[in-house]
Design a protein around this ligand. Structure first.
Ligand code: ADP
Ligand code: UDP
Ligand code: MG
Length: 237
């Protein structure tokens, strides 16, 4: 099932995650609403296999906020695809203008470009645990990641949030983003339903999806997220 990330083979990675199902079993299964097959019992060993988590959810569903907490507790490297693309704009690269226009329109940047930027970040990290936040946003993104990186995620989180709540949060985000306005958010919500939800469905059908109720306080939501990661015997970083 797991395919090695050949292009990042110089990295020191840990073996694929394995759930210790005897620990907090109840909490673990309470934490998500879809039936997820458990992984085998065991512990991490240093190896060259990364542990990849895709973090999905609509705009404003709280992906970035929850990722920060996962990083603090579990030592993941947080790769926000949106942040990586915004850095590319800021660096005045050849693709910057096209990326900016795409983000303003709430559309999706060509997959190969995004995946290659993510790949660069993975290759320059000496961590093996990655949170890939806000990606893949489409089936095309997902397939490009599989083809270019040669890997699939170990787990996929999906922050499930009603549209009116997402819209409220985005309009109050106050980070000066060009896409946090009413016109663009409406477009982004449409793109989310049309292109991102099929990816969610894909991982649901493969038993990799952890659906989180994203309504509530940040701490209430993190109470659902924490046990998902606590079950894996990650090495200390
Ligand atoms: N549970 C929550 N309740 C209310 N506001 C939240 C919650 N989680 C995050 N926010 C706020 O909503 C906005 C969007 O959150 P963010 O983490 O950037 O979402 P995303 O990365 O999914 O777009 C931010 O201003 C953030 O502080
Ligand atoms: O893999 C990605 C991630 C982001 N984006 C673009 O970047 C914008 C902002 O993404 P981000 O994840 O930062 O938004 P969030 O969901 O966190 O509000 C998206 O609307 C897209 O236009 C993209 O094209 N591909
Ligand atoms: Mg975000």
């Amino acid at each position: 099932m797991w395919r090695r990330v050949a292009s990042v083979s110089h990295l020191t990675f840990a073996q694929k995650s394995i759930v210790n199902k005897d620990v907090c079993k109840l909490k673990f299964w309470e934490a998500f609403s879809t039936g997820i097959p458990r992984k085998e019992k065991g512990t991490f060993q240093r190896d060259k296999t990364p542990f990849i988590t895709f973090v999905l959810g609509g705009p404003g569903s709280g992906k970035g906020t929850q990722c920060m907490k996962i990083v603090e507790n579990f030592g993941f490297t947080h790769l926000s695809a949106g942040d990586i693309l915004r850095r590319e704009i800021a660096s005045n690269s050849a693709d910057g203008t096209m990326i900016l226009d795409t983000i303003k329109e709430g559309k999706i940047v060509p997959s190969e470009l995004t995946v290659k930027l993510i790949q660069k970040e993975m290759e320059s990290s000496d961590n093996y645990k990655f949170l890939i936040d806000g990606f893949p946003r489409s089936e095309d993104n997902r397939i490009a990641f599989e083809q270019i990186i040669g890997a699939e995620p170990d787990i996929v989180l999906f922050f499930d949030c009603p549209e009116d709540e997402m819209m409220k949060r985005v309009l109050n985000r106050n980070q000066g983003r060009v896409d946090d306005n009413i016109d663009t958010i409406k477009k982004r919500l449409k793109v989310f339903s049309a292109l991102n939800l099929p990816v969610v469905k894909y991982y649901l059908e493969r038993g990799k999806l952890y659906k989180i109720n994203a309504v509530g306080t940040v701490d209430e939501i993190y109470k659902q997220v924490y046990p998902l990661f606590a079950q894996f015997n990650f090495e200390q970083v």
